[in-house]
Design a protein around this ligand. Structure first.
Ligand code: NAP
Length: 643
């Protein structure tokens, strides 16, 4: 069978002109790497890798490697010759390239050294050999271990796919009417992913269909719907019912998952995939507003903002997207934003994907895979350096290290350049929109200028204040200023630190998970908890990525680990599996010690969901992705007890 990434043969009726037109839409560095696969001799490969047409640098979401327009066009002309010669040979499947050469190609694209330890992770993610090596092999005996999956968002769906491949009987329970989780719920205007879609998609699914580099919510939801259908998962899901409790039966060695429709599901393992950013947070303020008021994750389908005075409370990642999307509809928009947000320059954030990209992913061997590398590599672990606190760096209020200070200057320049008129930026406005706390301490927002452009509109006002009370027709801010409103939008985020709420989870001997955790939710690798046999969390404590990467890659790591644990259980013919207290405590202590050395723990942030009420950080993964990948590849039997 042909390697699915090796390109479907180009139909003979496609003209050279049509191919040339498609190449105009492509990333030239990724295209040249496809050419390395397409040429026939070692000399031809060396000519590409050692030649003058090469990227000059790497920056997240900059796909042309800063190549000059002349070099890009010379490279496209060269690629056209290579592609047409390959077509004349009948579009044969390229020979596999040696790992050493693939490693060199990674470094060529990265314009830098790619450490040896990253190569297996990248090769697994790119699957250049056409093998989905994260897919579990069918497990003899799996049929005796029914599994209940709670949640059919991105990670629950993924777990279902892998359980099915391994041969486990499973049922998924999902409170919403369809799959997609956060992408089904967050239908607010402007909702869009902030990790490139060609990376924010399952590694084993085609990515030739994205119409924007950072897809909007409808396209993402449709993606998860399609994957659920094509993988035959939908018929395993009970939609529209919520799991309210999961209770372990010590005698039977089973979990009973209680549903809000009065029924139960019983399994020998539970995969809890309920998400971290799922329960809307609305501050408890006095007073009552008489008009429509809703959280962004509960945006009513029928609300009409036309000609209305809208007050939006909060502007983190969500409000930042809502404001530009509604400003031209409303009569007025008042944004109460307590704290300014750091923004990452991404001029192409709203760009459409040209049709040549999908064509190339389908027809040019490995183009899509190298493009995936370009979207994943710049955000893989590089952000950690800027997030690490240098205790000797002074003062710590605005930056936490030399690298962090460089990022602060770069972001500040990006922000001020947008509000500079005739060489001058209004100092009051600069003070208002340049955050006073260190960069990357809170979620950094992908910015193409639309936020600040929106704030300069006559009908939009940014108020640097919180909210103190509601009146029937107004919101009163924390400075006591009254803002008349027809509609109030709460863009105030989620109960990110209240893991697994409002579910009750009862483990061995009646142990309550929330009582066991107290204010400190945790899991071994964020996944398993002693006393909770065969209970697995996805996107659980200490698994959120604040410095790059993609939560889909993190979930693929976690799910591979869960399947590894289940394999241990099945192969031992055991009743249950749970981590040792030693492994659990050790991971928690190391993770807490590490997270305290990162900017997310800075006492100068003020507010933000990364920190809980006492300033501790329990949601974030402070480790390098390559380490988390290595730790989750195969569970260490020494960390577990199979009973
Ligand atoms: P958020 O980042 O927690 O932002 C909440 C906003 O509400 C902030 O402006 C916050 O102010 C404000 N706020 C909170 N409590 C308040 C109170 N009591 N009074 C006044 N203001 C208050 O929530 P979010 O914007 O929904 O984003 C959450 C996460 O979802 C993001 O970090 C990201 O991971 C994800 N997300 C991703 C995308 C994307 O992929 N593009 C889009 C949306 C969300 P302070 O900053 O002062 O605390």
């Amino acid at each position: 069978m042909r390697n699915p990434h090796a390109g479907r043969p180009i139909p003979p009726e496609v003209t050279d002109q049509e191919i040339a037109a498609a190449l105009e839409d492509l990333s030239v560095p990724a295209l040249l790497m496809a050419c390395v696969h397409l040429v026939e001799t070692e000399d031809q490969r060396r000519a590409i890798l050692d030649g003058p047409l090469r990227p000059q640098g790497l920056f997240l979401n900059e796909y042309q490697g800063y190549m000059s327009p002349e070099d890009q066009s010379a490279a496209r002309a060269f690629a056209l010759e290579v592609i047409t010669a390959w077509r004349e040979r009948g579009c044969p499947e390229p020979e596999p390239l040696p790992t050493s050469l693939l490693h060199e190609m990674m470094a060529w694209l990265a314009c830098d050294v790619v450490g040896d330890e990253y190569v297996p992770m990248v090769l697994e993610e790119l699957a250049l050999d056409g093998a989905d090596s994260r897919a579990p092999a069918p497990m003899a005996g799996a049929s005796a271990y029914p599994v209940v999956v709670i949640g059919c968002g991105m990670s629950g769906l993924l777990a279902a796919i892998r359980l099915q491949e391994a041969g486990f009987p499973f049922v998924v329970v999902e409170k919403n009417a369809g799959p997609g989780g956060t992408w089904l719920e967050n239908r607010y205007p402007g909702a869009r992913v902030d990790v490139g879609s060609h990376f924010y998609s399952y590694s084993f699914e085609p990515a030739d269909h994205w119409t924007e580099f950072f897809s909007r919510q409808p396209e993402l939801q449709a993606y998860f719907e399609r994957v659920a259908d094509e993988r035959g998962i939908r018929e395993h899901v009970r939609f529209g019912v919520e799991a309210t409790a999961a209770t372990y039966d010590d005698e039977q060695g089973t979990w009973t998952v209680t549903l809000d429709d009065g029924t139960d599901l019983v399994g020998r393992a539970v995969v809890c995939a309920v998400g971290q950013l799922n329960r809307p947070f609305v501050p408890d303020v006095p007073g009552e507003f008489a008009g429509p008021a809703f959280h962004t994750a509960r945006w009513p389908d029928d609300v009409d903002l036309t000609g209305k005075d809208v007050v939006m409370v909060g502007a983190g990642a969500t409000g930042f997207q809502v404001a530009p999307a509604i400003a031209d509809q409303v009569r007025s928009l008042t944004v109460l934003q307590r704290t300014a947000q750091w923004m990452f320059p991404n001029p192409g954030y709203h760009d459409a994907v040209g049709p040549g990209v999908g064509w190339a992913i389908r027809h040019l061997p490995f183009y899509g895979r190298w493009f995936r590398f370009l979207t994943l590599w710049p955000g893989t672990d590089t952000g950690l350096a800027a997030a690490k606190v240098d205790p000797a760096w002074e003062p710590q209020q605005q930056s936490v290290s030399e690298v962090n200070e460089m990022v602060r200057l770069m972001f500040t320049e990006w922000i001020t350049s947008q509000i500079t008129v005739d060489g001058d930026a209004d100092p009051d406005l600069v003070a208002k929109v340049v955050p006073p706390y260190p960069p990357t301490a809170k979620r950094t927002l992908q910015d193409n200028g639309s936020w600040l452009r929106t704030l300069t509109r006559d009908n939009v006002e940014l108020v640097r204040a919180g909210v103190s009370r509601l009146e029937a027709d107004a919101v009163v801010d924390s400075d006591g200023v009254r803002h008349p409103a027809d509609i109030v939008v709460w863009a105030t985020g989620f109960r990110a630190n209240d893991f697994l709420v409002p579910m009750t989870v009862t483990g061995r001997g009646g142990l309550d998970l929330h009582e066991h955790w107290g204010a400190r939710p945790r899991g071994h690798l964020g996944i398993t908890v002693p006393g909770f046999p065969s209970f697995f969390m996805l996107y659980g404590p200490a698994t959120n990525l604040a410095s790059g990467g993609s939560i889909i890659l993190a979930s693929e790591c976690e799910v591979a680990y869960v399947l590894g644990c289940l394999r241990m259980l099945v192969e031992a013919g055991g009743g249950s599996i749970e981590p040792t207290v030693a492994a659990y405590d050790d991971y928690y202590e190391r993770t807490q010690a590490e997270v305290k050395t990162m900017v997310w723990s800075s006492p100068y942030i003020g507010h933000g969901y990364y920190q809980d009420a006492s300033g501790e950080v329990h949601g974030l993964n402070p480790w390098r992705l390559v380490d988390y990948w290595a730790w989750t590849r195969d569970p260490d039997p020494a960390d577990f007890e199979v009973r």
